[in-house]
Design a protein around this ligand. Structure first.
Ligand code: NAI
Ligand code: MG
Length: 343
């Protein structure tokens, strides 16, 4: 019996999380889900977006999975994701990008973005001054050598353990001469321990273009927080969009699994969200708790669903001309049949 903390979150979060629980059960993994509040929904019930008891539960059980949480734009409370990543020191954003057999998407992509999760441009402090019409904003961002040493350490260990031989650090050292070089030096210091792995470097703008044109030439990337945020959505676009992009956040003590997508207010409550992204994130969670065979069965079943192309949600329906899209639950029903059929 595994105990895993579950944050259903906002918008489509609870809809896709419910289906994820069904699929984990169908794989024969018995989990006691410790459901905890987070996000806009928690403000309504607990007066704050990240109640202390939610953080305490993750600290106690060490493994968590979350649905997306809504962050108000241009004011309001601080992002729950940013707070969680900082409070639990989840310094490594792990975002695998693997092609699925979806018509019209880029095939042959199998890369992992290691995104620095706890410092940098994403976490900068902003101050504003002046009168409307002549206002100025100052950003203060922090970058540390330690953060890149930790991130590159994870990236190279992962590459080594999974038979990958190419790791790329992405920065903008022609512009950010101090920060860029410090990250690059830290990356090289880790790379020195892995002579069999090519330690590569790309500037962020060129990387963006390469990811669109020749994504299969890349295997593992170590990237700053905000750059990593952008690059992972670019990569999601290559393989079919946010409905299929999975992620995890790792630190030295805790792991938090979540899809790349947000709470999708435009489709929330309609029962049409694609649960694939959270399901692929749950495959990472299953591996984390030692259920490698179950994770593989899940990925194989997802591949089968997309290659058969009979049960497809609305976000991907245009890739399958002539089909009638199915909702979140019917997609999951088909996936569970596929899991049982294969076993
Ligand atoms: P979003 O990812 O929620 O939606 C972008 C577009 O993709 C929408 O058209 C949406 O319908 C579609 N989409 C996303 N996931 C889908 C799925 N599983 N199936 C089908 N279509 C899907 O991004 P947006 O609109 O920028 O953000 C909405 C809210 O989510 C904001 O409050 C934002 O701060 C929050 N957010 C939370 C994240 C998290 O908790 N990890 C990550 C990204 C955004
Ligand atoms: Mg993002």
């Amino acid at each position: 019996m595994h105990r895993i903390v579950c944050l259903p979150g906002d918008g489509i979060g609870p809809e896709v999380i419910d289906q994820m629980k069904r699929v984990v059960a169908a794989l024969g993994v018995t989990v006691e889900w410790i459901d905890m509040p987070a996000g806009e929904s928690a403000v309504a019930t607990h007066g704050r977006p990240l109640p202390q008891e939610t953080l305490d539960a993750i600290r106690e059980y060490k493994v968590a999975i979350k649905g997306p949480t809504t962050t108000p734009g241009g004011g309001g409370f601080k992002s729950v994701n940013v707070t969680l990543r900082q409070a639990l020191d989840l310094y490594c954003g792990f975002r695998p990008v693997r092609s699925l057999p979806i018509p019209g998407t880029t095939q042959g992509v199998d890369l992992v973005i290691f995104r620095q999760n706890t410092e940098g441009l994403y976490l900068c402090e902003e101050t504003i001054s002046g009168e409307i019409g002549s206002r100025k904003v100052v950003l203060t961002a922090h970058f540390s050598e330690e953060a890149m040493l930790q991130l590159a350490g994870r990236a190279f260990r992962f590459a080594n353990a999974t038979g990958r031989n190419h790791v790329t650090v992405v920065n903008k050292e022609n512009i950010h001469k101090l920060w860029g070089k410090m990250y690059h030096d830290a990356f090289n210091a880790i790379a020195a321990d892995y002579p069999g792995i090519l330690a590569d470097h790309m500037l962020g703008d060129a990387m963006g273009m390469r990811l669109v044109m020749t994504p299969s030439s890349y295997q593992v990337m170590a990237i700053e927080n905000m750059f990593g945020d952008f690059m992972s959505d670019v990569c999601a676009g290559l393989i079919g969009g946010l409905g299929v992009a999975a992620g995890a956040n790792y630190g030295d003590h805790f792991a938090l699994f979540e899809a790349v997508h947000g709470s999708a207010p435009d489709i929330a409550g309609k029962g049409i969200a694609n649960p694939t992204a959270i399901l692929l994130s749950s495959a990472l969670m299953l591996e984390h708790i030692g259920k490698n065979a179950e994770a593989k069965r899940l990925r194989d079943a997802i591949d089968a669903i997309y290659s058969k192309g009979e049960f497809i949600t609305g976000d991907l329906a245009r890739r399958y001309p002539g089909i009638t899209p199915v909702g979140t639950e019917a997609f999951t029903d088909a996936l569970i049949r596929e899991i049982h059929f294969a076993s």
